[in-house]
Design a protein around this ligand. Structure first.
Ligand code: GDD
Ligand code: MN
Length: 364
């Protein structure tokens, strides 16, 4: 038996109709090579994993990892790459948009040059293309690519590409440094490596999706920005804390937006108006943090949401008392500048709220 040369990792979510087509395409493209394919499916409701298992029963080259209660393209790819004993591993989308006919050439390149770390399928070198993308999508992609140059040490023409082949041992060594956030697994790998990786680019034309739907939405775009932030500043200010603080700043805006009409238009006394504004801002912050900052452990269902909301308000109330207490102490007793006193109070409350709510409201 020829030893295993290559694993092809295929992240899937609701790609049932594409599974048999992709397996047939891989079978044709990789004829004569010793390969396996690993579908990493996040428990797709359309039964993608079942479709893959059905083929796997008659074809031992096909493997399936079914993740329950998890979502994420990058983490799926990471788990798939760690699950093979093949020396080389490729990642390819499960929707036939990447050109699997490039795989043998990627394989030859890596097998023929021991100094090469990774081969990237690129839409932006001669011979490549974005196919039927409209101008809007081309512009968005160009913008995202431009942003990526801020974290990349090497000049990749298509760092957004989700189509590449790499040495398995190299990825395995990098796993502890990968953020796993969002869609951009290649960018994650390239920027996690302490030394610039040796890469080669091969052109391909991005195909139009014929079956199923794209999962790229505004949220994925936001995740991309979060991932970039994490690479640049994550070690100084952790991404979760930055998001929590950003949500808190929005909460302050909400607070004023409620307080102002209560005082100026309805002429309600300051104390009750402030209590109402605080309650609205806390509730706003709770739901926004639940949807964004803590989306991976998001609380669902009325009972858990209510319990979470109560614990969040309790934590923040203590934070508010600490905020006011410290600010007043600095201002009244230490005679600090009022701006410094206010900022110190806010900073202490933010750290307190973050530390305790991540433990008690969203902790498990
Ligand atoms: N396991 C898992 N979990 N797979 C996922 C998830 C997830 O949460 N989200 C998406 N996928 C799978 C899809 O099923 C598909 O096989 C592949 O990841 C790509 O997802 P699409 O939803 O088709 O993304 P796209 O075509 O809009 O974007 C692709 O092309 C871009 C090129 O601009 C991705 O490869 C991007 O990374 C790439 O930048
Ligand atoms: Mn796609």
């Amino acid at each position: 038996m020829t030893p295993l040369e290559l694993a092809v990792v295929i992240p899937t979510f609701n790609e049932r109709g594409n599974v048999p087509r992709l397996v047939a395409a891989l079978d044709a493209a990789l004829a004569g090579r010793a390969w396996e394919a690993i579908f990493v499916d996040d428990n797709s409701p359309d039964g993608t994993a079942d479709a893959a298992r059905e083929i796997a029963r008659g074809d031992p080259r096909i493997r399936v990892i079914q993740r329950i209660g998890r979502r994420g393209l990058s983490t799926a790819c990471i788990e798939g790459m760690c699950a093979t004993s093949a020396p080389l591993v490729a990642v390819i989308d499960g929707d036939m948009q990447h050109d699997e006919r490039l795989l043998p050439r990627m394989l030859d390149a890596l097998q023929g040059d021991a100094a090469l770390d990774v081969v990237v399928g690129s839409r932006f070198v001669d011979g490549g293309g974005t196919g039927e993308w409209d101008r809007d999508r081309v512009a968005k992609s160009a913008f995202a690519t431009g942003l990526s140059q801020r974290v990349l040490k090497v000049k990749l023409s298509d760092p957004m590409s989700g189509f590449f082949m790499v040495r398995t041992a190299l990825v395995r060594a990098l796993v502890p440094k990968l953020s796993g956030i969002g869609f951009k697994i290649l960018l994650d790998i390239m920027t996690a490596s302490p030394r610039p990786l040796n890469f080669r680019e091969l052109p391909y034309v991005f195909r139009t999706r014929e079956v199923g739907e794209s999962k790229l939405d505004y949220f994925v775009a936001l995740e991309y920005l979060i991932a970039l932030y994490d690479r640049r500043f994550g070690r100084i200010v952790p991404v979760k804390f930055a998001m929590f603080a950003g949500v808190g700043a929005l909460g302050a805006v909400v607070h004023f937006a409620v307080l102002w009409p209560l005082l100026q238009m309805l002429h309600i006394a300051f104390l009750p108006a402030t209590i109402v504004a605080t309650g609205v801002a806390m509730t706003f912050n709770f739901f926004l943090n639940n949807a964004l900052t803590y989306r991976e452990q998001r609380l669902r269902g009325a009972g858990r949401l209510l319990a979470g909301w109560i614990s969040f308000c309790a934590v923040c109330s203590v934070g508010a008392v600490a905020n006011v207490g410290l600010a007043a102490f600095l201002f009244d007793v230490q005679h600090s500048d009022w701006r410094f006193a206010a900022l110190a109070g806010i900073a202490v409350a933010a750290v307190w709220n973050y530390a305790l709510s991540s433990r008690f409201t969203w902790g498990r």
